[in-house]
Design a protein around this ligand. Structure first.
Ligand code: HPA
Length: 280
């Protein structure tokens, strides 16, 4: 066991709620890959470093302190997590799932995650956004293992509708309103931190995968387990290994992420407006 118990996480959520009043949360967002989300028209009411919030050791990253921010407008609130925990960093599945679980314990009804991916489907050009409709979990683990499966029912969680249909439609609408098209697809999750082999990418393509990445599915399972409605937006930063016929670099992933940032942020801002307008 990694030491993160349900009790410790519940205590952390209680401590967070008393230190940082959130109002009635409309949604929680987790932004990967250097996407910093702000909410125009909302007030940034609080910001806390992950190391102060989560009851387990948080790895230091040079030049980057992951934080959670609370945004308020009247009685309404938003939680924005800037940065996530990855299995490839050595975190356990329950630690990776601590972000959505904290959000769920604080009352967020909606969990929106963004991530960077490689395109398995050659028809998905780098720089485009994919609304995830389903996943293939090749990470070999689950956040419901052990005591976490007993924490909340059901342990044998149904994932037929893990990716909320109405939120997916809302994302497509918001992208159109922001002036660009998105398509739906299947996210393949690998452990990382190495990229895939060309043979793996070819196998994933035959299995129905659209994009491949090293995150998010543990969060999705945990968020769905707590009854949150889930939306995942994948930015295709590159063609996956073997598709482009040349090696991948981390640098191209970073650069494509930065290039597409404006569109992703426009889409997220539309989502915030819709989610808070009608209680979705
Ligand atoms: N594979 C896995 N994860 C990724 C990729 C990729 O090609 N690009 C960005 N994240």
């Amino acid at each position: 066991m990694d030491g993160l118990t349900p009790r410790a996480l519940e205590d952390a959520a209680r401590a967070f709620a008393s230190a940082y009043p959130t109002g009635t949360l409309a949604a929680a967002f987790v932004a990967g890959s250097g996407i910093a989300l702000s909410a125009p028209g909302w007030e940034k009411a609080a910001e806390a470093a992950y190391a102060e919030v989560f009851p387990f050791p948080v790895a230091e990253l040079p030049g980057h302190t992951p934080t959670v921010t609370v945004w308020r407008k009247g009685g309404a609130g938003l939680l924005v997590f800037n940065g996530r925990f990855h299995l490839y960093q050595g975190y356990s599945a329950p630690q990776v799932a601590a972000i959505p679980r904290l959000a769920g314990l604080l009352g967020a009804p909606v969990y929106v995650a963004t991530n960077a991916t490689g395109a398995i489907d050659p028809a998905v050009p780098p720089g485009s956004l994919v609304v995830v409709r389903d996943h293939l979990n090749f990470q070999g683990t689950s956040p419901l293992l052990g005591e976490w499966g007993r924490w909340r029912a059901p342990m044998f969680l149904d994932l037929t509708e893990a990716y909320d249909t109405r939120l997916r439609a809302m994302a497509v609408r918001c992208a159109e309103a922001a002036g660009f098209a998105v398509r739906e697809g299947v996210y393949v999750a690998t452990l990382g931190p190495n990229y895939e082999t060309p043979a793996e990418v070819e196998a994933f393509r035959r299995m129905g995968g659209t994009v491949v990445g090293m995150s998010t599915v543990q969060e999705v399972i945990a968020a769905h387990h707590l009854g949150m409605r889930v939306l995942v937006l994948s930015l295709a930063t590159n063609l996956a290994a073997g598709i482009a016929g040349r090696p991948l670099t981390h640098q191209e992933v970073i650069e494509a992420g930065q290039a597409a940032r404006g569109r992703l942020e426009g889409l997220l801002q539309g989502l915030i407006a819709e989610l808070t307008r009608e209680g979705a």
